[in-house]
Ligand binder design. Structure first.
Ligand code: ADP
Ligand code: ZN
Ligand code: ZN
Length: 723
């Protein structure tokens, strides 16, 4: 008998070892093996009777690390699918998805972690320690809570320790292995729409994909929580997936207050110990609720009974390096393997999901009304052709901002470009400062006094002289959020403008603090990128200005219009419960553009139908499946040559066996040079997913055997979101 082991190596195969004589070894267990001169930790995928290698060359397993498998048979099947579907080396799925400590061989044991509860009869701390008071009250409501979760709730270790020093809270060690769930009643009656959606979903307890399309504020979260309550009451675990920055302490606290049970929260900011515990608690069935960003989709919670994926259109569900999976598609596969329902929620579903809903593959459900407030206002288009602009804003818009501020209301100005100015140019000859490693303009950041490449992260001091003509007249060009903020501070100082973008909220808790200050009305003027567009409601907001979305109307990216529409609806939806009617103004050079008018006059779904029709006419995804072979090399000729060779290899030897699979394009990537490498892409397309996948598996095997392919770095991007 031989053991086939997945190792974290960039090689697309499993490695054979001999069964150990003294230890039991099952698929799904971690093992330590010798590989060359190294000792590596891998995962047993299969036990087989024969090996293709000569028996005397096969080394024994050095050590089996797990008595019982980490992955169940069922989970191994899902992993096998993942590897086959995304055409990646086995190590990427079987090994690299494990938390780091487990990957390094740590035992599957929880690390000690304090669980806190309020001391019986304790009174809240006196004085002005607001955070400590908030923590005290929250803990009192929640009952015993793991320290890691309190951190996610926005509290620091210092605040926890201060309460403990005052003997107001204490540790409860009994709670650690407690799997109980106590469900608190909801504070509202469901609306009839919510009730219908829930009844419809609960009519079928088997696998089905439910697409809940609900306007912002329609109470999707309440729908999720009712469904969760049902699943939890049946002793099932629940997985909630949110986009990259979707999970704020408020959202988490909403779940915690409704469900008193252990939870795992997983996202990219966790340290190794936190991730280890969160993963293991889900795996051990201690956490009944698992909330996380995309990577949480593969956490092996064995008793999974419901998956919810919020903001399903969000591009952050697609991983853009390594294993390039889309967590939405993987979540659907997991729900199918687990035979449980999955709910996809969004105000603006992706065209992929809408096409599936139209085709009857997804159960399409609607929430058309806001639970408590009026619908967000209809956007108005403002023609800025021939208009003088100040920091990109028309005079009329500045006056409008002034009017809303004067009435004591909040205003949001949305600009999807961070930094001070997106380019530095030579006033004499027009030379543009570019990233030396990419083809792209460098963005000037005034706060840091540096130029920064938003594509590869390169930064440097701004050039003092033009590289072409030597002139020292370097001027900045275009408007970024920093510059808008600076201008607003001078023009509307009393409104206390605040900027929210990736640069202004780098530190943990900073976004939270700013959002709280906005909620409290400390800032009347909000300037932000799409970071501000997601998930938050601002009750006092009555005017939203969208500075510019025109790029999307004539973009070469066929998804640009879809993304533009999603963003516009999302930004427009930020106005809170405004009793006063709000206003959304979109500046544009193309007020007659069909996309904009369809979106505004007829709504997102109508525009989506129009875009889907266009996609169908040009046979673009979702009407064709795509797989991109990405190649990159230091040398431009090399990468072009290799792409030609791959192209002919495919056309001569492969395509005739796989009907309908074609090379749709073979071209330089739209951003040809990035981080010093030249990049070329081949887009393969087919009407049938399985046919495309089979052809690509064949191509992968050929590329691995061909020397020419080794001259470039190559990988597959299945169902790519961009080129
Ligand atoms: P969405 O997730 O669709 O944007 P939320 O679930 O956040 O919407 O709900 C928006 C607001 O409406 C929240 O403040 C929520 O508490 C409230 N809400 C939800 N359902 C109801 C209901 N049935 N009755 C009253 N308020 C509700
Ligand atoms: Zn010059
Ligand atoms: Zn760069």
């Amino acid at each position: 008998m031989f053991v086939q082991v997945a190792l974290a190596l960039p090689l697309r195969r499993l490695f054979d070892y001999r069964l150990p004589e003294t230890q039991a070894c099952h698929p799904g267990c971690r093992v330590e093996v010798t590989f060359g001169r190294q000792k590596l930790i891998g995962l047993v995928v299969k036990i087989v009777e024969q090996s293709a290698y000569p028996a005397d060359k096969i080394k024994p397993i050095h050590q089996v690390l797990d008595e019982a498998p980490i992955y169940s048979q069922q989970m191994l099947k899902t992993l096998a699918w993942l590897q086959q579907y995304y055409l990646c080396p086995p190590g990427e799925v079987y090994v690299n998805l494990l938390p780091k400590k487990l990957k390094n061989g740590a035992p599957t044991q929880l690390l000690a972690e304090p669980i806190w509860q309020v001391v019986d009869g304790a009174k809240p701390p006196a004085g002005r320690a607001y955070k400590q008071q908030a923590l005290f009250h929250l803990l009192k409501k929640l009952g015993p809570t793991a320290q890691s979760l309190l951190k996610e709730d926005g509290f620091s270790l210092a605040q926890i320790n201060q309460l403990a020093d005052k003997q107001l809270i204490e540790q409860n060690s009994d709670f650690l292995k407690n799997k109980q769930v106590e469900i608190q009643p909801s504070e509202f009656e469901l609306t009839s729409e919510q009730q219908q959606v829930i009844d419809n979903i609960q009519a079928n307890e088997n696998f089905a994909v439910h697409l809940v399309q609900g306007v912002t504020g329609s109470g999707k979260t309440e729908v999720y929580m009712r469904l969760m309550a049902e699943a939890l009451a049946q002793n099932k675990q629940v997985l909630i997936l949110v986009p990259e920055i979707g999970l704020t302490p408020q959202t988490l606290q909403r779940f915690q207050q409704r469900f008193h049970c252990q939870m795992s929260v997983l996202h990219s900011e966790l340290n190794d110990s936190e991730r280890h515990n969160a993963w293991l608690k889900a795996w051990l069935g201690i956490s009944r609720i698992i909330i996380g960003t995309r990577s949480a989709v593969m956490v092996p919670a064995a008793e999974l009974g419901l998956i919810v994926l919020d903001e399903e259109h969000d591009a952050s569900y697609k991983q853009q390096d390594g294993l390039r999976y889309n967590a939405r598609d993987v979540a659907i596969k997991r729900a199918a393997d687990q035979n449980c329902p999955i709910v996809l929620g969004s105000a603006t579903p992706s065209l992929e999901s809408l096409a599936n809903a139209k085709a009857g593959k997804f159960n399409w459900l609607h929430l058309t009304k806001r639970a408590t407030a009026k619908l967000p206002p209809k956007p108005q288009l403002l023609d800025i052709k021939h208009q003088p602009l100040q920091v990109g804003l028309a005079f009329g818009v500045v006056e409008l901002i002034e009017k809303h501020l004067a009435a004591g209301q909040q205003v949001l100005v949305f600009l999807n470009r961070r930094g001070y100015s997106p380019a530095l140019i030579c006033h004499e000859c027009g030379w543009v400062a570019e990233c030396p490693r990419c083809d792209k303009h460098l963005t000037y950041h005034r706060n840091t006094q540096l130029v920064n490449c938003h594509h590869c992260g390169y930064y440097a001091r701004p050039p003092a002289q033009c590289a072409e003509c030597g002139s020292s007249q370097i001027v900045d060009w275009g408007i970024g959020t920093e510059q808008l903020e600076e201008w607003m501070q001078q023009r509307f100082p009393e409104a206390n403008p605040v900027r929210i973008d990736r640069d202004s909220v780098r530190r943990k808790g900073e976004l939270e603090n700013k959002l709280n200050a906005i909620q409290a009305g400390e800032h009347k003027l909000l300037i932000g990128t799409q970071m501000l567009a997601k998930g938050h409601h601002f009750p006092q907001l009555t005017l939203t200005v969208i500075v510019n979305l025109d790029n999307a109307l004539y973009s070469t990216d066929f998804r640009a219009a879809e993304k533009m529409a999603q963003l516009l609806v999302q930004v427009a939806g930020r106005a809170g419960r405004a009793e006063k009617t709000g206003q959304v103004v979109v500046q544009t050079h193309f007020p007659n553009h069909n996309y904009l008018n369809t979106l505004i006059e007829k709504g997102y779904t109508e525009l989506a139908q129009l875009l889907l029709k266009e996609r169908e006419d040009s046979q673009l995804p979702p009407y064709q499946y795509w797989c991109i072979l990405r190649m990159e090399a230091q040398n431009q000729q090399v990468v072009e040559q290799v792409s030609q060779q791959v192209d002919s290899l495919f056309n001569q030897y492969i395509c005739q066996h796989y009907q309908g699979v074609e090379v749709f394009a073979n071209m330089p990537a739209p951003q040809e040079k990035r981080a010093g490498k030249y990049r070329q892409i081949i887009i393969f397309s087919a009407k049938q997913r399985s046919m495309l996948n089979a052809a690509m598996n064949q191509l992968t095997a050929s590329l691995e055997q061909n020397d020419f392919a080794q001259k470039v770095r190559w990988l597959f991007d299945v169902d790519p979101l961009d080129l």
